[in-house]
Design a protein around this ligand. Sequence first.
Ligand SMILES: [Zn+2]
Length: 292
Amino acid sequence: MKGYLKTIMILLVFTIVITGLLGFRGIPFQTAAIVDGGNVEKELVGNLPMEDVVEDLQELPDGFEDNFHEGSYEDLVKEDLQEKDEDTVENEDVKVAYLTFDDGPSPKITPQILDILKDYDIKATFFVIGDLAEKYPDILLRIHSEGHLIANHTYSHNYKHIYSHPKKLIAELEKTDELFTSILGSQYKRSSFMRFPGGSFGEKLKPFRQAVTAAGYINIDWNVVNGDAEGNNVSPEKQLKRLQETLQNKREAVILMHDSNTKQTTVDALPDLIEYIMSQGYVFEILDESNF
Ligand SMILES: [Zn+2]
């Protein structure tokens, strides 16, 4: 009898200990199962205590919240990890954001953009229209004196004229360069960057691209947008969404925006756009000829 009792006691104690262990570990495992989805958790969670992970998840950038209905955060991270084409990088690499503003200067919008850039201590690139620089030379001087890059966006921005013949396009670029020098002084060193009004895409513009290169310009389009030219008064929320859709962890993000007279919502959106880009680990630079 004594032997049976001893065995039962041992089994009882063993069962209590096992139940206790499982009970203790049960909650964290369940929590982990919610957060972890496979290999991704190693990237996402690492060895962090669970509270830190929960905190991290709560501090996700705003854009992820909008995407939650389309899939879990793990799915988004998986997608990110799988997307390893040339244009994307691991987090430890430096990512550069080039803010570019086209179609100014404008007396209403450009000074507000400059104020915001000054607040954030960010330098940007302005693709200036010659005709407007001639009208508002003081704003051109301010862009230049505050350390931003001035680049060429033709004199007239008139598609019919500039795209009627490559020579017309080159003549407008040269006229605009001369104008920049006349406003900014002979010490001004002109940038080689130019941007085609409407972009340089398509077979039709091939002879124009060739002419521009032959004339010593660096033609630069964009690979990220805030969508401020995709309608009138595009809301700041929509602009942030378009930025998030197109930024996608690109190593070099050339971001197209506008500082023409009607773009007040671009001013309104800009602080949030900048904050989002910063949250994604980017540094801001002006276009650099050695990189393009
Ligand atoms: Zn333009």
